[in-house]
Design a protein around this ligand. Structure first.
Ligand code: SAM
Length: 358
């Protein structure tokens, strides 16, 4: 039976982390975005040069000082990742007028530069497209040429790997087969543009202001965890905020380490509303993943699906999906700052209810 542990640690991610070297399989995170005003004060606390540069109208200097802080975290991530482990970093670029000059601060390219220098291999990135219908979305001189600016309606998900491909031992090869994703999920998730994730999600009773927390939708870490790790792996989020990555890890049967500097945020994110509610919500999300697959199956000609999944008894497209399994949560408990989850096989009755509902 799989069991996972989820740790919540109050720590400054710009300082070395007390995590063993090469002990983490995947980093999924979204840092404070340099040059986005909501983070000026927080980042400014670590380096007074930031405030001075902003006051002096030296935007590029402030940008560089902010990134030097983030660089320290990427160094730690590289150290704690196992060889072949991935880091998925969600970051948005910033646009800002400083000293009368409007310009782009390209956070994603600065992070890529830093990570390449550390030794990460850069893999194709994902554009998380977030079209907005806001009437004020266009910036600059309106209909007059030469002074209007393109609206930014995307963020980046940078995909990095520590060295070459991960090597799997026989036990891991089995876990890897169970951790497979459905064929149609592969087709959608391994596209370089995600256009179907809008920016809100269920937060299990989280009360904090989402604007202040800058939380990402749970679908983002859910996908990334399924794409780049397997059951029983350890996921690290050094800027965990409202704990979205932790919840996605709980749901995905991965352990997690969640770090944040904001104590209140950390306390709230590690709270579980009630065991029943948590288990119910998470298992419903899992059931909906299964339902989505079944809807896909029923919309197609049955001849399209050449194989049958062994544990779930449902049609699948490829041989690689034959051992895929989605483990529902059996129990979830919290003691001190650790959440523990245990998983089980589906009860036959629950599974057939999901299957027959479709
Ligand atoms: C963009 S938010 C992350 C949101 C998170 N992905 C979620 O879904 O809630 C960035 C987080 O980094 C935290 N943070 C800022 N500076 C930090 C530092 N030096 N060490 C650790 N956490 C920090 C902030 O408190 C904030 O929660």
């Amino acid at each position: 039976m799989i069991e996972t542990q989820h740790k919540y640690i109050l720590h400054d991610a710009f300082q070395p982390m007390a995590i063993e070297e090469q002990s983490v399989d995947l980093v999924v995170t979204s840092p404070p975005y340099p040059m986005v005003e909501m983070w000026d004060e927080m980042l400014g606390k670590y380096d007074k040069n930031i405030e001075t540069a902003l006051l002096d109208g030296m935007g590029m200097d402030a940008f560089e000082y902010m990134h030097r802080l983030l660089d320290r975290c990427w160094t730690s991530c590289y150290r704690v990742l196992k060889p072949g482990g991935f880091a998925c970093i969600n970051i948005g670029d910033a646009t800002r007028t400083i000293d009368g000059r409007f310009r782009l601060y390209s956070n994603h390219s600065r992070v890529l530069q830093s990570c390449m220098a550390l030794g990460f291999d850069v893999l194709p990135s994902i554009l998380w497209c977030k079209p907005t219908n806001s009437p004020t979305k266009f910036m600059g001189s309106g209909m007059l040429p030469g002074g209007a600016y393109v609206t930014m309606e995307h963020e980046w998900i940078l995909i990095l790997r520590k060295g070459g491909k991960r090597v799997f031992n026989p036990e891991e090869r089995q876990r890897r087969r169970e951790s497979a994703i459905f064929w149609e999920e592969r087709n959608k998730w391994f596209s370089d543009q995600w256009t179907d994730i809008l920016g809100t999600t269920q937060k299990l009773g989280m009360k904090s202001d989402r604007k202040r927390s800058a939380a990402y939708p749970m679908e983002i870490p859910l996908r990334l965890i399924s794409m780049y790790s397997m059951y029983g792996d350890v996921v690290l989020d050094p800027f965990s905020g409202t704990g979205t990555t932790a919840l996605a890890a709980i749901l995905s049967g991965r352990s997690s380490i969640n770090i944040d500097i904001d104590q209140q945020m950390l306390i709230e994110s590690s709270k579980l509303p009630s065991k029943r509610e948590t288990k119910g919500i998470l298992n419903n999300l899992l059931a909906s993943r299964l339902s989505r697959h079944l809807q896909y199956v029923y919309a197609k000609d049955m001849l399209f699906f050449k194989y049958r999944n062994q544990g779930l008894g449902i049609p699948v497209k490829t041989q690689q999906e034959k051992e895929l399994y989605l483990y529902p949560i059996k129990s979830i408990s919290r003691s001190n700052d650790i959440i523990r989850a245990k998983y089980q096989k589906w009860k036959k009755s629950t599974l057939s209810r999901i299957i027959t509902q479709e």
